[in-house]
Design a protein around this ligand. Structure first.
Ligand SMILES: Cc1ncc(COP(=O)(O)O)c(C=O)c1O
Length: 193
């Protein structure tokens, strides 16, 4: 099973799908949540060359959801017909935001951030002694910045935070000013103890 919901938000190289890569049992899951910013509208699709698997999926899907609701099907149709350039425009916009947020984070003392190749999340590492990622996420929240603690993604995520750059460049800049304020304050108190 291959989850390719970010297939239209890949920056530096073209997206390579597992579907059509020579595997006969691949089941691809996709969604309009990211492609057309339709998160929460609950509409996506499953594709597979494996006939028997698709028959079973169809059977199960019928009894679980019957079908996605009419309004959302018309919304997707409208998006595909009238906004087919939107995913490309957004990929370019997300790339600008990615460059901004990774640059801002890497400029901060005690913070290091990889540049993501796709999607719209960064996962920077924070060197702040005495605080786990959940406590750090609460500190950020108190300053008005919402993010996820790295530990929510498994033990090796500890020490990291996850930020989504789905907001404007201006808002990212404002948010990063606040992140810097928190990091500088915590490092100056915690490193001196
Ligand atoms: C990798 C991945 N797959 C699937 C989903 C869920 O997509 P949907 O909104 O269609 O349920 C998400 C949403 O955050 C995601 O990040």
């Amino acid at each position: 099973m291959t989850d390719e919901v970010y297939d239209k938000i890949v920056y530096d190289d073209p997206h390579v799908s597992f579907l059509g890569a020579g595997y006969d049992k691949v089941i691809m899951l996709n969604s309009f949540s990211k492609t057309f910013a339709m998160t929460g509208w609950r509409i996506g699709y499953v594709l597979s060359p494996h006939k028997e698997a698709m028959e079973q999926v169809t059977k199960m899907q019928y009894y679980v959801t019957a079908c996605s609701n009419d309004a959302m099907q018309y919304a997707v149709l409208e998006a595909m017909e009238k906004a087919s350039s939107y995913p490309d425009e957004m990929r370019i916009e997300f790339q600008t935001r990615r460059d901004l947020i990774t640059t801002r984070l890497n400029q901060m003392e005690g913070v290091s951030c990889h540049e993501p190749k796709g999607a719209f999340y960064v996962f920077p590492k924070f060197e702040i002694p005495g605080l786990n990622s959940e406590q750090l996420a609460i500190e950020m929240l108190n300053e008005g910045v919402l993010c996820s603690p790295g530990s929510a993604f498994g033990a090796s995520g500890e020490g990291h935070l996850r930020f989504a750059y789905t907001i404007s460049a201006h808002e990212i800049d404002r948010g990063m000013d606040r992140v810097k304020t928190v990091v500088d304050r915590l490092r100056s108190t915690n490193l001196s103890h």
